[in-house]
Write a protein that binds this ligand. Structure first.
Ligand code: G6Q
Length: 539
C-alpha cells in the first residue's frame, strides 16, 4: 500500500516542519526578513519569478529540495532528455524537448538520431506555410486560401487554439483561423458558416487518426467541400493531415504528400511544437514560429542544466507539492494579466491534469497521498469581478500564479498601468490582507468590520516578463511542462500516459451502437438504460 514517499527522510522532516510553519503569517515572514523578496526571487531568461509570497522559509525550501534530491530529480530529468522510455505503461520515450532541439544536435531513440527528422518536418511545414501565406497554394477552383480550419481535439486542439490566441498579434490578418474540436455538429456548422469552401483549407490534426470526434468532423468537412466542389480530386487541395498514422490518412483520401508527421514519443498534450503546430506556423509565419521554438528550447536548457535551487520549474513544482500535500490545497489557480493568454489556463488544465491525474505509482501500487491539483483560471482583471471573492475571503486555500508583462502589445492610454496595478494589488492583498484595526481605522461601522476583514496569508507566485513574444510564450509553456514532470517524479507517477482518456474513447463506442440499433438489448445499470431509451424514443 505505502508507495514510499511518506517514508522518505525529507518527507518526515517536512511533516515536522509543517507543524512549525503552518500558522505563521506571510506578513510575519516578511517583517522578519528585509531581503525576503530578493531571497525568494529567480530572474532567468527574462522571467522574473517572485515566490516570496509563499508560506515558506529557507528551511522549507531546503527540505523541499532535499525531497527532490531523494526522488532523484537531478538524474531523472536527464533521463527524459536522453530518450529514456520513461512512459513505462506505453513503453515510450518522452521527447517533446527534441521537437525544439536546434539543427545539428543529437538525440537518439532506439539507436537513431531523431533530430534530422524533426527538422525535415519543420522544413516541410515552413514551405507549406509560406505557400499558404503568399497565396501560392490554390484551392481546387484556383482561388487563394483565406480560411484555415483546424480539426482536432484534446492535445490536437488545445495547443493550436491557445497558441493562435496568444500570438494573434503576430498573425497574418488576411487569413481567417477557426478551430473545430467538439463532435457536437454545431461546432463545425458554425466554423463553416458564411465562408467560401473554395477558399478553405482543413487541417486534420490527429496523432492516431482514429479519434471519433476528429474523424466525424473531418468526414463532415469533406462532405461539405464535396457538396460545394463536387469532385473527389478537390480533397487533395483542401485537406492536409497532421498525424503519425499514414495508413489511416491515405484511407481518408488525403495524399500522404500533404501529411506532416510526428512520432510516438510525442504525447498529445506535449505536441504543440510538433507538426500539430502547423496552424500556428501558418498564422505567425515560419520566422516567428522558430522564435517560439527557441523560447521552448531555452526553458528546456534551463530546466536541464540549472541546479535545482535556481531552477524555475523545479521550484514551482515543489511549491505545488507543498500546498497539495501539506496544506491540503485542492486547486491551483492561474491568472494571466494578458488578454491574449485567455486560453492559457484551459491549455494548462489538460497539460497538468491529464499528466498528473493519476493514483498508481510506477511500480503499480496505489498512492497513499494526494497527486495532481485541479488547475483553473481566467485572465485578470476579468476574474477579479467574479470568482476572486472566494480566493480572498472563502474558506479554501488556493495558491495563485499571476502572469504579467511589463509592456502591452497594444498600448492604449493608461490601460497597461491599470492592468498591472491590479495584478500587483491582488497579490499584495492575498498575502497581507486587511486587519480588524485597519478596517476600523477606515471608519467602518462596527457591525460590518468582520465582513470587511481579510485574513490574507494566501500564497501566490508572480511571473513578470517584458512583453508577450513567441519566444516568451514558448518559455512559459515549457516551464509548466517541466513543472509537471518534476511533480510526477515526486509523486512517483507516470505523467505521460492517459488511460482515463482512452477509456472514454471505448465506452462511447459501445453506447453509439446501442443508440443506432433500436433493437440492441441494453445491459447497463437502470439509469443508463433509461437514458438511452429516452434518447432512442426521441429519434
Ligand atoms: C493527450 C491525449 C488526448 C489526445 C486526444 C486526441 O495527451 O492523449 O487529449 O490528444 O484524444 O487524440 P488524437 O490526436 O490521436 O486524435
Amino acid at each position: 500500500m505505502n508507495a514510499g514517499l511518506k517514508n522518505l527522510e525529507s518527507w518526515k522532516n517536512l511533516e515536522k516542519h509543517f507543524g512549525e510553519i503552518k500558522n505563521v503569517h506571510i506578513k510575519t515572514l516578511f517583517s522578519g526578513d528585509r531581503n525576503r523578496a530578493k531571497r525568494f526571487t529567480l530572474n532567468k531568461l527574462g522571467i522574473y519569478f517572485d515566490f516570496s509570497r509563499h508560506r515558506i522559509n529557507e528551511k522549507t525550501l531546503d527540505l523541499l529540495l532535499m525531497l527532490a534530491e531523494e526522488r532523484g530529480v537531478e538524474k531523472r530529468r536527464l533521463e527524459m532528455f536522453d530518450g529514456g522510455k520513461i512512459n513505462i505503461t506505453e513503453h515510450r520515450a518522452v521527447l517533446h524537448t527534441a521537437l525544439r532541439a536546434p539543427k545539428g544536435s543529437e538525440i537518439f531513440v532506439d539507436g537513431k538520431n531523431i533530430v534530422p527528422e524533426v527538422h525535415d518536418v519543420l522544413h516541410k511545414m515552413s514551405a507549406f506555410a509560406d505557400k499558404i501565406r503568399n497565396g501560392q497554394w490554390k484551392g481546387f477552383s484556383g482561388k487563394t486560401i483565406k480560411n484555415i480550419i483546424n480539426i482536432g481535439i484534446g492535445g490536437s486542439d488545445l495547443g493550436p487554439v491557445m497558441a493562435y490566441e496568444a500570438l494573434r498579434y503576430y498573425s497574418d490578418r488576411s487569413l481567417n483561423f477557426r478551430f473545430v474540436s467538439n463532435v457536437d455538429g454545431s461546432d463545425l456548422a458554425e466554423a463553416v458558416n458564411g465562408i467560401d469552401a473554395e477558399e478553405t483549407l482543413f487541417i486534420v490534426a490527429s496523432k492516431t487518426f482514429t479519434t471519433l470526434e476528429t474523424m466525424t468532423n473531418a468526414n463532415s468537412a469533406r462532405s461539405w467541400i464535396l457538396s460545394k466542389l463536387d469532385d473527389n480530386e478537390a480533397v487533395a487541395k483542401h485537406f492536409v493531415a497532421l498525424s503519425t498514422n499514414a495508413a489511416e490518412v491515405s484511407k481518408f483520401g488525403i495524399d500522404t504528400k500533404n501529411m506532416f508527421g510526428f512520432w510516438d514519443w510525442v504525447g498529445g498534450r506535449y505536441s504543440m511544437t510538433s507538426a500539430i503546430g502547423l496552424s500556428t506556423m501558418i498564422a505567425i509565419g515560419p520566422e516567428n514560429y522558430s522564435q517560439l521554438l527557441h523560447g521552448f528550447h531555452q526553458m528546456d536548457e534551463h530546466f536541464r542544466k540549472t541546479p535545482l535551487r535556481k531552477n524555475i520549474p523545479v521550484i514551482m513544482a515543489l511549491l505545488g507539492v507543498w500546498y497539495n500535500n501539506f496544506f491540503n490545497a485542492e486547486t491551483q489557480a492561474v491568472y494571466p494579466y494578458e488578454n491574449y493568454l485567455k486560453r492559457f489556463p484551459a491549455y494548462l488544465q489538460q497539460l497538468t491534469m491529464e499528466s498528473n491525474g493519476k493514483q498508481t505509482t510506477l511500480k503499480g501500487q496505489k498512492v497513499d497521498y494526494q497527486t495532481g491539483a485541479i488547475f483553473w483560471g481566467e485572465p485578470g482583471t476579468n476574474g477579479q469581478h467574479s470568482f476572486y471573492q472566494l480566493v480572498h475571503q472563502g474558506t479554501k486555500l488556493i495558491p495563485v500564479d499571476f502572469i504579467g508583462f511589463k509592456k502591452s502589445l497594444n498600448p492604449l492610454s493608461s490601460h497597461q498601468d491599470y492592468l498591472i496595478a491590479n495584478m500587483l494589488a491582488q497579490g499584495e492583498a492575498l498575502a497581507f490582507g486587511k486587519t480588524d484595526e485597519e478596517v476600523r481605522a477606515e471608519g467602518v461601522a462596527p457591525e460590518l468590520i468582520p465582513h470587511k476583514v481579510f485574513d490574507g496569508n494566501r500564497p501566490s507566485s508572480t511571473f513578470f516578463l517584458d512583453v508577450l513574444t513567441p519566444a516568451n510564450l514558448g518559455k512559459l509553456v515549457a516551464m509548466y511542462e517541466h513543472c509537471v514532470y518534476v511533480q510526477s517524479l515526486i509523486w512517483d507517477i507516470n505523467a505521460f500516459d492517459q488511460w482515463g482518456v482512452e477509456l472514454g474513447k471505448v465506452l462511447a463506442k459501445n453506447i453509439i451502437h446501442e443508440i443506432e440499433d433500436a433493437n440492441a438489448s441494453l445491459n447497463h445499470d437502470s439509469s443508463t438504460n433509461a437514458l438511452i431509451d429516452l434518447y432512442r424514443s426521441s429519434k
